[in-house]
Ligand binder design. Sequence first.
Ligand SMILES: NC(=O)c1ccc[n+]([C@@H]2O[C@H](COP(=O)([O-])OP(=O)(O)OC[C@H]3O[C@@H](n4cnc5c(N)ncnc54)[C@H](O)[C@@H]3O)[C@@H](O)[C@H]2O)c1
Length: 434
Amino acid sequence: MRVAMIGTGYVGLVSGACFADFGHQVTCIDKNAEKIELLRSGGVPIYEPGLDQLVQRNVREGRLDFATDLTEAVRAADVVFIAVGTPSRRGDGHADLSYVYAAAEEIGTVMDGFTVVVNKSTVPVGTGDEVEALIRKVRPDGDFAVVSNPEFLREGAAIDDFKRPDRVVVGTEDSRARDVMRELYRPLFLNETPIVFTSRRTSELIKYAANAFLAMKITFINEMADLCEAVGANVQEVSKGIGLDGRIGPKFLHAGPGYGGSCFPKDTIALVRTAQEADTPLQLVEATVRVNDTRKRAMADKVIGACGGDVDGKTIAVLGLTFKPNTDDMREAPSLDIIPALQAKGAKVRAYDPAGIEEAEKLLKDVEYTTGPYLALEGADALVIITEWNEFRALDLDRVKAALKAPVVVDLRNIYDPAEMHEAGIAYTSIGRP
Ligand SMILES: NC(=O)c1ccc[n+]([C@@H]2O[C@H](COP(=O)([O-])OP(=O)(O)OC[C@H]3O[C@@H](n4cnc5c(N)ncnc54)[C@H](O)[C@@H]3O)[C@@H](O)[C@H]2O)c1
């Protein structure tokens, strides 16, 4: 099949490269000429494990190429994906659909023959109808179907998630489009991946419901962690104790500094808005958004508390800036709330992240960056671990203690054993554990 992927970001590039790897002929398109130039010269604009080899192999074997203009690829395509960003709209939290609509109009202008237009971007219920109407307006005679096919990949494990998903969701009422989608995902059919065919509106809602549920699960255990701290219980053991119940499941029960990233924050807010407009408020999701916002800010107070109630003039070493490990994505990362709050109280921040520094430099002010974890610690008054990159999991504790001015460690991801830290003579604070 010939595939045109519009938007070559975290989702578009991974999906495009994976479809090419399935054997399809894929062109990834992006308005950002720098990105396309970099990809054409053999580079990859994002940090995602395994993506550079996957892209290079498929380019070499002639199944994947890149363009800034969509005309040629869309004309030739059986399937055109829209994988552009849908950020929060300033002011009201609705999903900003301007990129989706702009892409739809362009597709409508140039498409040729029966074309399946697939929304892979996360879009509110009813966006498929809008996209269909837009294309119909520019091409009253067009032969096309608009399908919803939300993406569930996780940054940091994106290739595996795409190639071995828990499920694929396809929303369409058009039988020709259903056949095209089935053919496109045929390699996954062979792996017996469940493919949920449903209506377009249901499919759009499934994506938001999934993200809202996961955000709620994280927020639930985060609140439970606060309670554990207050009553002297251990949240990790609570997670284990409830997670072994098959109805609950062990995933997304790690207490931490609050969820961030490019999806949960904007998708929960957008869902709340959709529900309010439909006069069916989702109070659980509203509470989740509120609790998570407060939590991210409260983490700075936790650090200040561990530093004896005052960070004025102190140097705080931060390990981990990205919203999670194995990505360079800084969107809505907890570090973006915690670091400015510490700075506002007079702290100097010195930070290290294995992949996020280039992005962090654009978003944080007055932070000194180092080229390795121990350099960040040298002479600092405390260490804060914000993101649980593997390389922070086995720090040499004697070296940590020797490097710090005071042996204060705040571990917002619970990656160390409190007993071991205590033995090493470190004043250790973690989340929800005695
Ligand atoms: N990042 C994730 O982990 C993830 C997971 C699942 C779903 N999603 C959803 O997928 C969508 C894309 O997310 P992302 O993280 O890949 O975004 P991104 O910002 O990384 O990439 C979007 C790309 O689209 C390009 N673009 C915008 N308008 C364009 C146009 N008209 N023509 C060509 N290119 C255009 C931008 O230049 C950018 O490179 C969003 O709706 C997001 O919610 C993201």
